[in-house]
Structure formats: C-alpha cells, structure tokens
Write a protein that binds this ligand. Structure first.
Ligand code: NAG
Length: 290
C-alpha cells in the first residue's frame, strides 16, 4: 500500500507567523510537499506562486470565497439570491487555481439564512446548490479542475451550515452526476455528525477527492488527546487505496513544528515523500497528476 501524502493547511498551521509567504516557508522547511489554504485572496496569486515554488511546495486545495463574512456568510453555493456572487467567487477561485497550479477547489455550500428554518428552506437551497454546481462543473472542466463538496458539522462548529453529512453531500453529487465534482472528507466533522467512521470511509472513499484531519473534540493534532485513533484511520485509508492528500487542518496545541512529531514518525515508518519520490514517476496514480 502506498504511503499517505500530507498537506499543511496554512489557514490553521503556523498561526504564530503572519502572512502566507512566511507560512509557506515554514511548511516547506517542516518537510511538507504540499499545502492548502482556505482563502488565498488577500495576496496576488503570483506572489503566492513564487513563495510556493521557492519552498518546494505545491498547492493542492483552495476554497471559493466566503461571501460577506460581516453578514455571517460562510460560502454561497446553496444560498438563495446569491447566485451571481457565487459565480463571481468561482471565477476568482479559478483564476487563483490556474495561477497557482492548484487542481482542486472546495465549493463552499454556505449557511441557512439567518432566521430561516432549516427544514423550510432545505428544498429551495438544494435546488440553488444543484444549479450552481452544474454551472461550476462546466467551468471547472474547461480548466481541468476538480470541485469539492465538504460537509461541516452543525452540532459544534457551524449550526447554520447547509451541508452537514456525507450522506447529504453524496446524494447531491449523485444528482449532479459530474465526475469532476467530488467529496471532501473532513474526518473531524464526520465523527461529530455520524461516527461510524470505518463504515462511512469505506462507503464514500470512491468519491472522495480530498481528506482533512483533526482530533475530536479538541480539534488539535492527530496525536493530541481525543477519541479518534489516527494510526488505525491512516492504515484504513492506505488499505482502501486512497491516493489523494490528507490535509492537516487542526489547531496546533502548542508550537506547530513541535506538534508535527506524529507526522515525522509517520514519515520515519512509511517513508518521506521526497525520499520515495523516485517511485512516483513510474507508478500510475490517477489523482497525482497535479
Ligand atoms: C455505517 O456506515 C455504513 C456505510 O455508510 C452503513 O451501511 C451502516 O449502516 C452504518 N452503520 C451504522 C450502525 O450506522
């Protein structure tokens, strides 16, 4: 089984460093081969592309812009009345993805509007989401990009978020039926909403294009105290043949670099990507082409 490949989420890791270029340098010197950033939009894409190149990193995931955060928006994909803003945000994300050589964009679903009842607006929001996703799939296909749907837990993290279970996301993906739209599996959110991780990982992995990890309930390092057994989960992902990236989207409990000891011991055990990279060129891995 191939070893897993990890990506540093720069919206979460290295919080002590200000600005993405500094965080890119820190990720590169910590041994990462890849990074992801929720919203890279404060800096010009050329600046980020150069910093990533200099740090020997590739960018593997960005998100569509959140919309108006002061008004409580957290993505626009399923939000009625915001279709034009969703499309504009998508265009901006595609521009960044192209300039950065980033193959995946998380298409954020967004929140149930304030004051609205989830059950009352569910059908309308799903209709808006389906329409936006069909549009996005076409735009992304022209650039050879993949769009991702990520369920976010509504029990702790974001009670208003529209898309909150893998089952809901999988049903929507099936209705849209486009191969360049896939599922983003954040194990932290999945554990909180449904548990049953062995069953759900096996069931949904065939449509998963990206994985993210954090311990539950503290959202710290995989090695921090909590209810998830990451050695087991990493082994499961390897055994199921997962070939994409595992994003480290957690809140470092102390110094980020010291907190990466779990990853250094994974690399010691399973091989570091740079050391193993000779094999990468000879092995066919469909999701490795970025
Ligand atoms: C666990 O997940 C699998 C796959 O999604 C499902 O078939 C099974 O019914 C679930 N088990 C429980 C106890 O929820």
């Amino acid at each position: 089984m191939a070893a897993l490949r990890f990506s540093a989420n720069l919206s979460w890791l290295f919080p002590e460093l200000l600005g993405l270029p500094a965080r890119l340098r820190a990720a590169g010197s910590s041994g990462f081969e890849a990074v992801e950033v929720a919203w890279p939009y404060a800096e010009p894409p050329e600046v980020l592309a150069r910093a990533a190149r200099e740090a020997g990193l590739r960018l593997v995931l960005i998100n569509t812009p959140p919309g108006d955060q002061e008004k409580g928006e957290m993505g626009l994909g399923a939000v009625p009345g915001r279709q034009a803003a969703f499309r504009q945000g998508l265009e901006q994300a595609v521009r960044y993805a192209k300039a950065l050589g980033c193959p995946r964009i998380h298409l954020m679903a967004g929140r149930v509007p304030q004051g609205a009842d989830r059950r009352a607006v569910k059908a309308e929001m799903e209709m808006v989401f389906l329409e936006n996703l069909r549009h996005a799939a076409g735009v992304l296909a022209q650039e050879d990009l993949v769009g991702l749907l990520e369920p976010i837990n509504t029990r702790i993290t974001d009670p208003q978020y529209f898309l909150d279970t893998p089952q809901q996301a999988a049903a929507i993906l099936q209705k849209v039926g486009r191969p360049n739209l896939q599922l983003q599996m954040d194990i932290f959110h999945w554990q909180i909403m449904d548990g049953n991780l062995t069953g759900n990982i096996r069931e949904f992995l065939p449509i998963v294009g990206h994985v993210q990890v954090a311990q539950v309930p503290g959202r710290g390092e995989p090695s921090s105290p909590g209810e998830l057994n990451f050695p087991y989960l990493f082994q499961l992902l390897e055994d199921e043949g997962y070939k994409g990236f595992v994003g480290c989207e957690y809140q470092p409990q102390g110094d980020t670099v010291e907190g990466l000891s779990w990853l250094r011991s994974y690399w010691d055990r399973r091989g570091h990507p740079e050391v193993a990279s000779e094999g990468l060129h000879t092995t066919h891995m469909p999701l490795d082409s970025e």
